[in-house]
Design a protein around this ligand. Structure first.
Ligand code: PLP
Length: 393
């Protein structure tokens, strides 16, 4: 009888991948499925980035790179941070990793252990809680509330800190809600953190280029008072439509950098070289491709929010970032996961039930509007027809 470590009994999953598989299986049976479940841009990676990857392979970049990443890419990340956030970061503080997820994996492994508490947003990206539980640490959900426009509350967050808190995870713009936390709230959080010098902060800013209504993204890197305990998470997946390339980067405070480097050496060795050169082209190249994608998401955002608010018993707060809408479906009488399952099986629309993002997600669905306007319209029509005739289970 094989005996694997008990920690594997505690590791979770990302249900979006299960929904993707189920939607794929139904499509393979000939069903017409509109997939608003998966959180990835529906655009191809911009051609100049693809060409840079191909050129790197043709030029013979086939071997290992330094575990922390190629110097030109770490320098390009530092320039990107300077350009976007107006903050000076040394390329020596930058680490290149295979996707945004890897930074959270490393940070949670570093601070998680039995007896430690880690605060994370709920509803939030499901891997936060999964990894916290894997390490044996106690997950402490920070409720993210619709009444607050799905921004986090500094006061509520700070009130949950105890002497056992080691790490606080924040995410703005947020998955799954599309919430963007205003600068005043981030200011208040940082001010309050001065009273808790032993708490590290992981700021997941993977959607940092995707804010709407003229609202600028506020990076936690812009607060020098917490730089010595801030782990900044970003990457190419969403901004440059590069989810399958596996390219992310992080900025680490000096005392943590070497621990992160050792995790890299012990696990993935380095990100594949061609992807890193593509990353240099992405960050140093023209940024109008990003602006064009964000403008298109913005247009679809209007479509999806208006469409959802026109449905019976559904209401949707306007998301201010990322590419997700998080409508409230309580008044339909359905439990959110049952509704998501029935929409897929009976109406051919893939969405994710809010509870897949935490207990505070009950009563909500997540729809990704990283899909064509035509598909969004078809999905909304189908959901409307479904809700008009189908009584809750
Ligand atoms: C909030 C958040 N952080 C991180 C990630 C991970 O991104 P990557 O695909 O680069 O690992 C995602 C992906 O969906 C996300 O939504």
């Amino acid at each position: 009888m094989l005996q694997i470590a008990p920690s594997f009994g505690r590791i979770g999953e990302e249900n979006a991948f299960a929904v993707l598989a189920r939607a794929g299986a139904l499509a393979a049976q000939g069903r017409d499925i509109v997939n608003l479940g998966i959180g990835q841009p529906d655009f191809p990676t911009p051609p100049h980035i693809v060409e840079a990857g191909i050129k790197a392979l043709r030029d013979g970049h086939h071997g290992y790179t330094p575990a922390i990443g190629l110097p030109p890419l770490r320098e390009a990340v530092a320039r990107d941070i300077q350009r976007r956030h107006g903050v000076e970061v040394s390329p020596d503080a930058v680490m290149i990793v295979p996707g945004g997820k890897v930074t959270m994996f490393m940070a949670i492994l570093m601070f998680g252990e039995p007896g430690a508490e880690i605060l994370y947003p709920d509803p939030g990206f499901p891997i936060y809680r999964s990894m916290i539980e894997f390490t044996g640490a106690t997950p402490v959900p920070v409720p993210i509330r619709e009444a607050n426009g799905f921004a986090f509350s500094a006061q509520e967050t700070l009130a949950l800190i105890t002497e056992r808190t080691r790490l606080l995870i924040v995410n703005s713009p947020a998955n799954p809600t599309g919430g963007v936390t205003p600068k005043a709230e981030i200011d208040a959080l940082v001010t309050g953190l001065a009273g808790h010098p032993g708490v590290a902060v992981l700021s997941d800013e993977i959607y940092g280029t995707m804010t709407y209504d003229g609202q600028a993204h506020v990076s936690l890197l812009a607060y020098p008072e917490i730089r010595d305990r801030l782990i900044y998470l970003d990457g190419a997946s969403k901004t440059y439509a590069m989810t399958g390339w596996r390219l992310g980067w992080s900025v680490w405070p000096k005392p943590l950098y070497d621990a992160a480097r050792k995790l890299a050496v012990n696990s993935f060795s380095c990100v594949n070289a061609a992807t890193q050169w593509a990353g240099v082209a992405a960050l140093d190249g023209p940024q109008d491709c990003v602006a064009a994608m964000v403008a298109e998401f913005d247009r679809r955002r209007g479509l999806v929010v208006d469409g959802l608010n026109a449905l019976p018993n559904v209401s949707c707060v306007t998301p201010r970032g990322a590419f997700y809408a998080f409508p409230n479906v309580v008044r339909t009488g359905w439990k959110a996961k049952a509704l998501a399952a029935a929409l897929l099986d009976e109406a051919g629309v893939a969405v994710i039930g809010g509870p897949d993002f935490g207990v505070h997600g009950e009563g909500y669905l997540r729809l990704s509007y990283a899909n064509s306007a035509e598909n969004i319209t078809r999905a909304l029509e189908r959901i409307g027809r479904f809700l008009a005739v189908r009584r809750p289970d």
